[in-house]
Write a protein that binds this ligand. Structure first.
Ligand SMILES: CC(C)(COP(=O)(O)OP(=O)(O)OC[C@H]1O[C@@H](n2cnc3c(N)ncnc32)[C@H](O)[C@@H]1OP(=O)(O)O)[C@@H](O)C(=O)NCCC(=O)NCCS
Length: 205
């Protein structure tokens, strides 16, 4: 468990490798995804890198005094983020992850397809909740109130940037996180046709 002196603080570029590490260790429905994909960078390249590089002012880390043990990352404006992903993130990564066939033939190709289709994030039912987030803590940091602290910090940051609501997508197999978000006032947003993901949202205020 992080010491009481642990702090939630703004992200700094020097945190990038630690953020990548936390991401892959929590990317399998909340559990460790290391070794699951062809590279351990795949999950962070989809769910961490674009946020810290494109919108670092909305990224916050939990620092236990020695290292980063958790984070919340996201955007205040999903539509603007999608544009930034297509114009500034995809060109950096496309050589490393060539575009897979449509439809993808493997689960890895389905993941890489997410990189190439940022417009998948433009879901009409989510438009009233323009911010979205990802929150992850290493196991020793879980269950001590830091997840709530990170979400509260993010909500305040995106509310200040003008976002009235925040959403997230979650693997329905992650039952622990579903309980956490319900406790924090998130409710399901029905998105007809969505498969393998449940969308949750709440006002930022
Ligand atoms: C999910 C996660 C972010 C939650 O953070 P956390 O620090 O463990 O949760 P907290 O201790 O801040 O819990 C906040 C509140 O939610 C409650 N809560 C947490 N998990 C719960 C559950 N499964 N069911 C019901 N309530 C739950 C806590 O009791 C606490 O209530 P309180 O503040 O009213 O006392 C964290 O466990 C984690 O990083 N897990 C692995 C990665 C992951 O699954 N990320 C989310 C991907 S969508």
């Amino acid at each position: 468990m992080p010491p009481a002196s642990a702090v939630v603080r703004p992200y700094r570029p020097a945190d990038r490798a630690a953020v990548y590490d936390v991401c892959v260790r929590t990317a399998d429905a909340g559990g460790d995804a290391r070794g699951r994909w062809s590279t351990d960078d795949l999950m962070p390249d989809l769910f961490a890198g674009p946020y810290v590089d494109l919108e670092p002012e909305r990224a916050f880390v939990l620092d236990d005094g020695e290292r980063v043990v958790g984070y919340v990352l996201g955007t205040a404006d999903t539509a603007g983020f999608v544009t930034a992903w297509r114009t500034r993130w995809l060109p950096r990564l496309a050589g490393r992850y060539p575009e897979p066939p449509d439809p993808p033939r493997t689960s890895e190709e389905a993941m890489v397809a997410l990189l190439h289709r940022p417009e998948r994030m433009l879901v009409p039912e989510l438009a009233a909740h323009p911010a979205h987030l990802h929150v992850d803590l290493l196991p020793p940091a879980q269950g001590a109130g830091w997840g709530r602290a990170l979400i509260d910090t993010f909500r305040a940051a995106v509310a200040a940037a003008g976002a009235p609501g925040v959403h997230l997508g979650i693997d329905p197999a992650n039952t622990r996180a579903l309980g956490f978000y319900a406790r924090l006032g998130f409710t399901e947003i029905a998105v007809p046709g969505a498969t393998g993901v449940v969308y949750l949202g709440r006002p930022t205020a």
